[in-house]
Design a protein around this ligand. Sequence first.
Ligand code: 5AD
Length: 464
Amino acid sequence: MGNELVQITAVSQPGVAGALQTSSVASAGRLKTFYIETFGCQMNVHDSEKVQGVLLARGMKPVEDHAQADLVLYNTCSIREKAAQKVFSRLGAFRKGSSGAGKVIGVLGCVAQQEGERFFERAPQVGLVCGSASYSQLPRLLDQLEGGNQRVSGLSLYTDECFETELTRRDNPFRAYLTIIEGCDQRCAFCVVPMTRGPQRSRPSEKILAEARGLVDEGYTQIQLLGQIVNAWQDPSPARWSFAELLARVAEIPGIRRVLFTTSHPRFFGPDIVQAIDSHPTLCDQIHLPVQSGSSAVLARMLRGYTREEYLEKIHSIRQARRAISLSTDVIVGFCGETPQDFEQTLSLMKEVEYDQVFSFKYSPRPNTLAQANGDNIEEEEKGRRLAELQELQRQIQLRRNQALLGETFEVLVEGYQARLGQAVGRATTNRVINFPGSSEDIGRYLALKVTGAGPNSLVGVRV
Ligand code: 5AD
């Protein structure tokens, strides 16, 4: 959900229906094989899928181990300092040993944009630095590397282009990511994204719809529309659909069973989205709506553009929906100047809303953000204490909410199987995980499960 932190090695099974057509590839030169590792949000995961499409179209081959790769890519995240540090520990491995010899090491994504050409000094083994707003330049940059250039970069941030690829190597066989909007024009005081992903740019509705139809033709039944602020999408084509209309049109594609979208910003969240969910059963009953804080004073300093009361009104409109919609959120604790009373307000908002899932983080000052100048005046220990208290509260809320589902039946899409436990795992439209006795043959099927057990993070069920 949301911008949940996942770390994937993007070299794995191709998507359903062997989606790649590589017949018209150019022959690769010096760079014949690649390895890519991805940190951060779903946008990054999907960017890596598109980057792989670019590399495959050049005739390059994916490998499972960076030792075998001519081109090693790290797609980086800089949302918090800890995430940003990961790439430097990866690069350290190449410095110590000789494993970097003969390879090109490339850094993509948000840390690449943030650090820019300083990477070449900080990590001399790096030959390619490219931010997400410049990915359409990748073929040219790769040509330059093939031509013998030692250091190439794509760092221009101000673009009105989206990253369009002819090929995309989708790694998840069940859920196809589809970017509808890139960049971000908000200036939330804590957030580095506008500085690393550039200005907001929406893809035209006809392109989105054509891609969605193509995915259904390939065999996908679940599509997740992506954007840093997905609901700020504005149709640049003459059709001028609203975001809610786009949701409805994607949900109506014959063959589609589940449509999800992340991440919504409360500022752009209107009742038309709830109406679209109400009238389209294929639009999933889950909304991720990051609140960040329950204190209006903190929200104002964060420049979020809404008060606690305005946020709660949006939640109220979601709770009026015909189907029970599951709600998740992101919360930051210990933002500069957050008083114990502000923090109490966050806890009270969580008690009032009763989210189904909360992603919570300690505030981490980021370069070039507005809040950076205000300092970081809450001690790490205090941030840790607040985080633990918040997470314990949420654990109890989730346990209670999940226990209330005992005896209910949900349709799940089966995503995996653990042979050791004889258990398969499925996901309901509310994003809840349900484990049940099953087999590897269940993977990819839609099944009805009755809930027989409940923990804070998942349910147990049996087939009905
Ligand atoms: N420090 C801590 N958490 C942050 N997030 C964004 N910027 C920061 C930061 N500087 C969190 C927000 C956002 C999620 C993706 O990461 O909660 O919604």
